[in-house]
Design a protein around this ligand. Structure first.
Ligand code: MN
Length: 195
């Protein structure tokens, strides 16, 4: 009888873990340089080093044509007024695209082409976001519950964190009067009174 195990994986939508998958956690202390306000970041770290996000990655094979699947979970929270986020990356193989499927919570994806064209796309339950190649992507939780999603990408994509880390994303997602507002990073830095 054919075993289904290589073809079927279960995941727990609450813990956001895929059975038998690689599990990584990112705490606030591991995200230095990701948030716009370094003072707010240091202040937040003085109090606590919370879990910001986790990714459970199922990587069944790594040949041409294979796919990898990541199950992401971003906790609700902010550093100062900036919502919790993932580091964000380009794919090392720049042509590689990716599909994100929202499972729960309220989020935004920041997409930014290598040419610097930036946009934000809602990521919520029952939504699908297509991330084309040559596009840096970061996920942000703008809600009050965990944001969970699946990302499906070519096994050969790879992750390049350094290319976007130098200048960071052009947009920031800020809480203003109870609302999530997407702003140009530079404009926000110049207008932020605490700096
Ligand atoms: Mn990706």
């Amino acid at each position: 009888m054919l075993s289904v195990s290589p073809y079927l994986k279960h995941f727990d939508p609450t813990s956001a873990q895929i059975e038998g998958a690689v599990w990584i956690e990112r705490r606030l202390s591991q995200l230095r340089g990701c948030f716009a306000d370094p003072k707010a970041y240091d202040t937040a770290l003085e109090h606590d080093d919370p879990l910001v996000y986790s990714v459970s990655s199922f990587e069944p094979a790594t040949n041409n044509g294979d796919l990898h699947i990541g199950l992401g979970k971003i906790m609700p929270g902010r550093v100062g007024s900036e919502y919790f986020l993932t580091r964000g990356h380009l794919h090392a193989w720049r042509e590689a695209s990716e599909i994100y499927i929202g499972l729960s919570g309220e989020g935004l994806m920041l997409l930014e082409t290598e040419g610097g064209e930036a946009r934000s796309i809602p990521l919520t339950a029952n939504s699908i976001v297509y991330v084309p190649g040559h596009t840096a992507h970061r996920t942000v939780n703008v809600g009050s519950s965990p944001l969970t999603y699946l990302g499906v990408y070519p096994a050969q994509a790879g992750h390049d964190y350094a290319a976007i880390a130098n200048n960071n994303f052009r947009q920031v997602v800020i809480e203003l009067g109870g609302q999530a507002v997407v702003m140009n990073r530079q404009a926000w830095l110049e207008s932020h009174p605490a700096r």
